[in-house]
Design a protein around this ligand. Structure first.
Ligand SMILES: [Zn+2]
Length: 160
């Protein structure tokens, strides 16, 4: 998808199509709030530049990402009277990076579940609760250790 074909690069008309209104922008980011949502204050934070995926975030957008995210989620939390703001990045829909920011209140429409299937609660010795899916059991520990090692290697290689 080229920039001219990308709906999110056509900011104004995309807002109309997606039923959202712009509430803030700076040199690199824009924040819009949905006008068609089950959740009050459901919002989108996206870079103005056509950056496809979070894995391609770089340059001034990477440098300003943290402050833009903190400022946006704080404003949403206060405006919606929510205790927390959920943040989702999927990436397999429209290939222009966008964060879904969802103020969450108890009993609202949002799922607090990251994995599919029936949840099983397990009390850990330290008092915390671990949630597992009865439909998708944990992968073998050896496999998880191997991926952790590959991530550690990747982080070391990219630190140069
Ligand atoms: Zn785009």
């Amino acid at each position: 998808m080229t920039t001219s074909e990308c709906p999110m690069c056509r900011a104004g008309s995309a807002d109309e199509e997606l039923e959202r209104v712009e509430v803030w922008q700076d040199a690199h980011w824009r924040l819009t709030v949905s006008l068609s949502s089950e959740v009050a204050g459901f919002a989108y934070l996206e870079p103005k530049r056509h950056i496809r995926y979070i894995t391609e975030l770089d340059g001034p957008e990477a440098a300003s990402f943290g402050p833009a995210l903190a400022r946006s989620t704080t404003a949403l939390k206060d405006a919606a009277g929510a205790e927390v703001v959920y943040v989702y990045i999927f990436g397999d829909g429209v290939p222009h990076l966008h964060l879904h920011l969802a103020p969450h209140r108890p009993g609202d429409a949002l799922s607090d579940q990251m994995i599919r299937g029936e949840l099983v609660e397990e009390k850990l010795p330290n008092g915390m609760t671990r949630f597992a899916s009865s439909d998708f059991p944990a992968l073998p520990r050896d496999e998880l250790i191997q991926i952790a090692e590959r991530v550690r290697d990747g982080m070391s290689a990219s630190a140069e």
